[in-house]
Design a protein around this ligand. Structure first.
Ligand SMILES: Nc1ncnc2c1ncn2[C@@H]1O[C@H](COP(=O)(O)OP(=O)(O)OP(=O)(O)O)[C@@H](O)[C@H]1O
Ligand SMILES: [Mg+2]
Length: 245
């Protein structure tokens, strides 16, 4: 296991991950790596175990087998709070913002929980708001007064305020208007350009082909395919079989 901290070193290593809910096993040995500065995607049809994988990584679900290492250290058995402090930030499925706090309060609430990372520029309120100008105008509005798109931007902005070394987005563009989606893809491209490591789950394969460096397909809790964007473009048989696109 490399201990190096340079660009391109292995940041997250998931190996043989098994997990489930009570007696029902959902993951049967998922393998996944993410290197510093990489954008990696997790692809698969509904119910194949993508969110379960992400919840295991974040410590929201205890793995039944295998290992999850972040920066060389096993995070299995650590609390979600401890894992977040190590530098993992999740934008969960379904925009979980605080509805009864203002936009400003939503942002400050996670900034306190977050940790400054010394190895690159850290996010603060001005930098995050420069990525999402529409939130700037809504700072004093309550979370529940925002549009769906604004709520999703706030969810991403909140995750960024924790200065994650690895940002994980689970269906961040789901159910949003095309213009808002474009805005989110633009922000993610900017973050990638700044060297942010990202794990993406999304249904928009074309956007993933553009922004992703490497891709994993999962089916019924198992890896079935992996490759870079060039390989994914030509993997038409697997795309049809495992993604339906
Ligand atoms: N809290 C839970 N309790 C019991 N079963 C669950 C729970 N959450 C998910 N499952 C089951 O685990 C399996 C994998 O679900 P998961 O949410 O990981 O899929 P997914 O790939 O994220 O799907 P989607 O694309 O619909 O978000 C599904 O069969 C689902 O019904
Ligand atoms: Mg899911």
């Amino acid at each position: 296991m490399s201990k190096g901290r340079g660009r391109g070193h292995c940041m997250l290593e998931v190996s043989g991950l098994e997990a489930g809910y009570g007696a029902s096993q959902v993951l049967f040995g998922i393998d996944l790596t993410i290197n510093a500065g990489e954008v990696v995607t997790l692809l698969g049809r509904n119910g194949m175990g993508k969110s379960t994988t992400v919840h295991s990584i974040m410590g929201l679900l205890s793995p039944a087998g295998g290992d999850i290492r972040f920066e060389g250290q096993s995070v299995c058995g650590q609390s979600p709070y401890a894992i977040a402090r190590l530098g993992l930030g999740l934008v969960p499925e379904g925009r979980q913002i605080f509805p009864n706090l203002t936009v400003r309060e939503n942002l400050l609430a996670t900034a306190v929980a977050g940790k400054k990372t010394a190895h690159r520029d850290s996010f603060d309120m001005p930098r995050v708001l420069s990525l999402f100008p529409s939130l700037q105008r809504r700072l004093d509005n309550m979370g529940n007064q925002l549009s769906g798109g604004e709520q999703q931007m706030l969810a991403i902005a909140r995750a960024l305020m924790t200065n994650p070394r690895l940002l994980i987005l689970d269906e961040a563009t789901e159910g949003l208007a095309p213009m808002v989606r474009q805005q989110i893809w633009r922000v993610l491209s900017l973050l990638k350009g700044a060297g942010q490591a990202i794990l993406l789950i999304d249904k928009n394969i074309n956007a993933l082909l553009r922004i992703g460096d490497r891709h994993y397909m999962v089916e019924k809790g198992r890896n079935v395919w992996e490759g870079d964007s060039k390989a994914l473009r030509s993997a038409q048989t697997q795309r049809r079989r495992y993604l339906g696109v």
